[in-house]
Design a protein around this ligand. Structure first.
Ligand SMILES: Cc1ncc(COP(=O)(O)O)c(C=O)c1O
Length: 417
């Protein structure tokens, strides 16, 4: 019987566990790799598609261990570690696209991905069109051009949380000879990209794999020799590299990934449900709740969720009121990123860029990253901050103590329905 996720995370990338020696893979820092002879150096140098130490830039034992671990998590055959989550997006786009090509990107995409397409790809003669993340097969097909080489997906959008129909995207892309790329950072472990037709999967390891808000790292994962050739060559040509120290830390983070994910998923779901019943809240954008666009697709394709979700407030709360609420949170940090051990909150309406004529939540929004704190402490904190927001909007009496998550939902469930 195949080992389960927790077991694979603990025992993966640790060849020789049963042999005398350190439990953890070695941290190898290297630029120069020495060879016994010129001939051996020449022969080994030709093996850059393999996990062989050739030169520091090509990776060391430490990089390879993390690559194996991330391949295991994503269900792919090969992985390239790169310097950041954003590099995990830009490296394959540059590797696969050429002047004259066209790329389809969801309107809900992570802002820096949009900037890269609009600035760098545009400068190199690649055109980008933005599609509605909820577009159906006919609408997507209508947007494909003979020169469309990549369809990009991000499901859910990391600010707007629409779940996309990835199998349909794969069908449309492949019918036109294009590749399907997907930023699967939110869906780590709960969405298996290659089982749903993705060709190139992207993980910002900065988030859950790192898990401790102390490193920046990315990974690109593929599942065929053909894609590995495109990706590996592109990464090497672009001089992509990641610090082995960060790789080592990310590998350590991966050992506890399953536990952290499970805890953060459960807490986020409990808080999302609690917020859903609040009078200040118009809509909770959590894919496991029916109020989130694409919830039915989430039920069909995902096995769970993570700790990141959004909230849209009633229209009478101004952006200033939402900012006031976030400023008054005691346990939630104010800062970018997610997937770490600590909770974060950010106002989001101002960070969302959309193509003309689309978007809009109908109210100011905030994004919450739920960490490893006790869920009830987070709810108590949110309760007092919402009171501050209400008072800011229209001074009123503060409600009594909140009902805690344990009372609301003693049995945490993964489905969230
Ligand atoms: C969905 C998504 N993809 C990629 C990235 C980029 O990751 P990094 O910060 O490691 O560059 C982020 C960062 O916030 C993100 O939210």
């Amino acid at each position: 019987m195949a080992d389960r996720f927790n077991t694979r995370l603990v025992h993966g990338a640790r060849a020789g566990t049963k042999i005398h020696g350190a439990v953890n893979p070695k941290l190898v820092r290297a630029s120069t790799i020495l060879y016994p002879s010129c001939a051996e150096r020449r022969t080994t140098g030709k093996r850059s598609l393999e996990q062989v130490e050739i030169y520091g830039l090509y990776g060391t034992e430490t990089h390879f261990a993390l690559e194996n671990m991330v391949s295991e998590i994503e269900g792919g055959s090969h992985c390239q570690i790169v310097s950041s989550g954003l590099a995990a997006i830009t490296v394959p786009l540059l590797a696969y696209l050429a002047a004259g090509d066209h790329v389809l990107v969801p309107d809900s995409v992570y802002g820096p991905t949009r900037s890269f397409c609009n600035a760098t790809l545009h400068r190199f003669g690649v055109t980008t069109s933005y599609y509605d993340p909820q577009a159906d097969e006919a609408a997507l097909t209508a947007m494909m051009r003979p020169e469309t080489k990549v369809v990009f997906a991000e499901s859910p959008g990391s600010h707007t949380f629409e779940i996309q129909d990835v199998p349909i995207l794969a069908r449309v892309a492949h019918a036109h000879g294009a590749k399907l790329f997907m930023d699967n950072t939110w869906g780590i472990h709960v969405f298996q990209p290659f089982a749903h037709g993705v060709d190139v999967s992207i993980q910002a390891l900065t988030k859950y794999v790192g898990g401790h808000s102390d490193l920046v790292l990315g990974a690109v994962i593929v599942n065929s020799e053909e894609d590995w050739l495109w990706l590996r060559r592109g990464a090497l040509e672009q001089g992509q590299y990641a610090s082995p120290d960060d790789c080592w830390l990310a590998l350590r983070g991966a050992r506890t990934l399953a536990l952290r994910l499970r805890h953060q998923e459960q807490s986020a779901l409990a808080i999302a449900k609690w917020l859903q019943d609040r009078p200040e809240v118009m809509r909770v954008l959590h894919p496991a709740l029916p109020s989130c666009p694409g919830h039915e697709l989430w039920k069909r394709d995902f096995t769970g969720s993570c700790g990141l979700f959004g909230v849209v407030f009633q229209p009478h709360f101004s952006q200033d009121a939402v900012v006031k609420m976030i400023d008054s949170l005691r346990l939630f940090g104010i800062g970018a990123s997610w997937g770490g051990f600590e909770s974060l909150a950010l106002p989001t309406s101002m960070t969302i860029t959309r193509s003309e004529g689309t978007g809009g939540f109908g109210g100011e929004a905030a994004r919450f990253q739920i960490g490893l704190e006790h869920v009830d402490d987070l709810i108590v904190d949110l309760h007092q901050a919402l009171a501050v927001m209400r008072d800011f909007a229209e001074p009123v009496e503060c409600a009594s103590a909140p009902r805690l998550a344990g009372e609301l939902d003693a049995e945490f469930r993964q489905t969230g329905d």
